[in-house]
Design a protein around this ligand. Structure first.
Ligand code: SF4
Length: 282
């Protein structure tokens, strides 16, 4: 076996209701993208979906809510969902991804079973104002610091191919590394005709370079995940992204786009000679 790949599944538990203007995001209500929009799923549904993800080999399970950040209602809901999952599913690393968050909110989530907080820097500090005007990059960076300060594992990464320059890519990778995250998702922009960013300015070769640079900057022991956009760039040549340094991937659907079926992904890993990790702690 070559190496073990960590599988992570995403559950969009509150979808498509965000008032912010991130130009890459179909969940913003401003762009009227044709996606499913709904209020909170029931906790029972979330637990059943977590069991299913676990049965497909997921070790990480991410509870995502649309919106700029946590408020009292959201923090309470995510905490209850987390407790319910932990009571019924063993050995699942629970990740919350709920936007901007204070130290108090993050501490509360940790006390209720959340292991890790995902908050992506998205792009470089300089380019951020071009892709979002309703909140700042520094707020994002601060939330990442808050997560670390309460002892949550930090999962932070970004999206490449949104019109940024090579310098922006370097700056983003350095900023991610400066936070010393436990895991890093690398997303590659998925164009949608409703969104202001119309095309993706990144090739497979450039994406592979980003994967290998991220691996060098983050160190060998960290999780480096190719997340959104994987199917668009690497379908049929996944081995290249693993050879470049990726050791994790998302199975199942993304937030608003469809991923490869989990069983197809497992077969792909088997065929390429990779194992599926069964523990987050080696
Ligand atoms: S804040 Fe989050 S959910 Fe809202 S538009 Fe930006 S990326 Fe999308």
């Amino acid at each position: 076996m070559k190496k073990e790949i960590f599988l992570c599944a995403i559950n969009n538990i509150l979808s498509g209701t965000c008032l912010e203007d991130c130009k890459f995001c179909t969940q913003s209500v401003r762009y009227h993208a044709d996606i499913e929009r709904y209020n909170y799923k029931s906790i029972d549904t979330i637990v059943q979906e977590a069991k299913k993800a676990k049965s497909y080999g997921a070790l990480g399970y991410c509870l995502v809510t649309a919106g700029k950040g946590l408020d009292d209602k959201k923090v309470d809901f995510v905490a209850r969902a987390s407790q319910a999952i932990k009571a019924e599913v063993d050995n699942l690393n629970l990740i919350a991804c709920n936007g901007t968050a204070s130290i108090e909110q993050l501490r509360y989530l940790k006390e209720h079973g959340i292991d890790s907080y995902n908050h992506n820097l998205e792009t470089s500090e300089d380019y951020y104002a071009t892709i979002c005007t309703t909140h700042s990059w520094s707020e994002r960076y601060e939330t990442c610091q808050n997560a670390k300060s309460v002892g949550l594992q930090l999962c932070t990464g970004g999206i490449f191919g949104m019109g940024e320059t090579a310098e922006d890519r370097t700056s983003l990778l350095n900023a991610i590394a400066s936070l010393n995250p436990e895991s890093t998702p690398l997303n590659f922009y998925h164009p949608n005709k409703a969104l202001p960013i119309k095309s993706r300015n990144i090739s497979k070769e450039e994406a592979l370079l980003i994967v290998s640079r991220a691996r060098k900057l983050l160190g060998e022991e960290k999780l480096l995940m190719v997340a959104g956009g994987r199917e668009l760039l690497f379908e049929g040549s996944e081995e290249l992204m693993f050879e470049a340094g990726a050791n994790a991937m998302v199975i199942g659907n993304y937030l608003t786009t469809t991923g490869d079926a989990p069983l197809k992904d497992k077969k792909m890993l088997e065929k390429l000679g990779y194992g599926v990790a069964v523990s987050c702690h080696g």
